[in-house]
Design a protein around this ligand. Sequence first.
Ligand SMILES: *[C@@H]1O[C@H](CO)[C@@H](O)[C@H](O)[C@H]1NC(C)=O
Ligand SMILES: *[C@@H]1O[C@H](CO)[C@@H](O)[C@H](O)[C@H]1NC(C)=O
Ligand SMILES: *[C@@H]1O[C@H](CO)[C@@H](O)[C@H](O)[C@H]1NC(C)=O
Ligand SMILES: *[C@@H]1O[C@H](CO)[C@@H](O)[C@H](O)[C@H]1NC(C)=O
Ligand SMILES: *[C@@H]1O[C@H](CO)[C@@H](O)[C@H](O)[C@H]1NC(C)=O
Ligand SMILES: *[C@@H]1O[C@H](CO)[C@@H](O)[C@H](O)[C@H]1NC(C)=O
Ligand SMILES: *[C@@H]1O[C@H](CO)[C@@H](O)[C@H](O)[C@H]1NC(C)=O
Ligand SMILES: [Cu+2]
Length: 346
Amino acid sequence: MRFSRILELGCILAGLFSGAAARPQDELVTENSSACKNPPKRVEWRQLSTTQRKQYLDAVLCLTKKNATSGITGAVNRFDDHQAVHSSQTPSIHWVGHFILWHRYFVATYEKALRTECGYTGGQPYWDWSLDAQPANLSSTKAYSTAIFDPTTGFGGNGDYMQPSVEQNPLNITGNTGGGCVKTGPFIPSAFTVNYPTPDCLRRDFIPWIINSFADPKLVANVLAQKDYTSFARAIENVPSFDQPNIHGSGHFGIGGVLGTIGSAAESPGDPLFYLHHANLDRILWTWQQKDLQTRLNQVGGPITPFDYSGKNVTLDFQINMGRLAGNATLKNLLNTTGGTLCYTY
Ligand SMILES: *[C@@H]1O[C@H](CO)[C@@H](O)[C@H](O)[C@H]1NC(C)=O
Ligand SMILES: *[C@@H]1O[C@H](CO)[C@@H](O)[C@H](O)[C@H]1NC(C)=O
Ligand SMILES: *[C@@H]1O[C@H](CO)[C@@H](O)[C@H](O)[C@H]1NC(C)=O
Ligand SMILES: *[C@@H]1O[C@H](CO)[C@@H](O)[C@H](O)[C@H]1NC(C)=O
Ligand SMILES: *[C@@H]1O[C@H](CO)[C@@H](O)[C@H](O)[C@H]1NC(C)=O
Ligand SMILES: *[C@@H]1O[C@H](CO)[C@@H](O)[C@H](O)[C@H]1NC(C)=O
Ligand SMILES: *[C@@H]1O[C@H](CO)[C@@H](O)[C@H](O)[C@H]1NC(C)=O
Ligand SMILES: [Cu+2]
């Protein structure tokens, strides 16, 4: 299994930092219908005006100026807090039945921080990469000239090319074009540091063939065609191999490649683009749910332990933990995005 490195990496990091990790809050967050009156609407990045784009990017930078509260060693600010919580749970939240709902709660928790702590008034934007992929020309770099990478109104672009060492590329991923620090946009080294687990610049490492094949609209259609939650959850991650594309890998490896921040399983939320990538995956879940709400607001499944497809499955009362970022929530509470535990729509 080629991706096992990713899990191993997660285990190593979790082992290193678990001693310092915050204990979860005692409260259990439950649904409260009166708590969601005006759900913020999440829109595609391109639908925001340039003023709104700046407001969003400013709110992200604002989070980096507020002191950490997660209690996790190495997290300096509120942006790092989120990355550190993801990192500490990496080995138990991927290739499991709760993968997509854990990340749903995670993105919503970040969105809430932007809104309540940094005055952002919109919903968490998403990046629909399937609009940019060129599956008929895998060497095309067109996806990287889209608005999201704009040097002044977007997140900036690629890093300079660096040749990865054999150790840095255990999965033998081909075709990386960057790996250095991001050189344009709001997250350049003079303005932004990825503090956790050790301070570094934000790195990007575009790989055209991955964005063009993994973000193929046909793959999205296949995920949306799944008949039940268990098969949906499995289709969105697919198998851990670069020989078989999966839409979850599109943003991670099309942007993060071998050396980029968002290509690291544990540290990927160190790239602010992570939240736009995962909001799009969440939108795909939401879209799938809309096709049969009665069933799809009440159904979960898939393994509790990564890849354990014949073992125990998650159930509606399975609890998701956000460290000190938010209280525990059940999967049942996370199926409805306007149920009160969550409050947003698309
Ligand atoms: C929160 O969820 C975690 C993980 O599912 C669980 O281990 C923990 O006991 C829960 N905490 C509370 C207070 O229920
Ligand atoms: C439900 O949410 C409303 C509005 O936020 C709040 O006033 C009320 O106390 C909440 N009820 C419970 C039971 O938490
Ligand atoms: C934030 O942390 C710094 C460094 O530990 C400290 O000097 C400062 O007082 C803190 N600010 C607030 C508002 O707590
Ligand atoms: C494919 O993309 C490459 C790189 O952008 C470009 O040079 C080439 O002309 C494209 N090929 C076709 C058939 O469009
Ligand atoms: C990557 O390449 C090295 C050297 O050729 C090889 O030993 C290793 O098994 C390859 N790893 C994978 C995951 O294919
Ligand atoms: C978990 O779900 C899978 C797929 O539906 C099923 O094959 C398996 O038997 C279930 N596991 C248990 C322990 O019930
Ligand atoms: C989600 O929960 C809210 C609050 O309980 C409820 O009003 C709404 O109908 C639910 N959504 C769906 C699609 O059932
Ligand atoms: Cu993740």
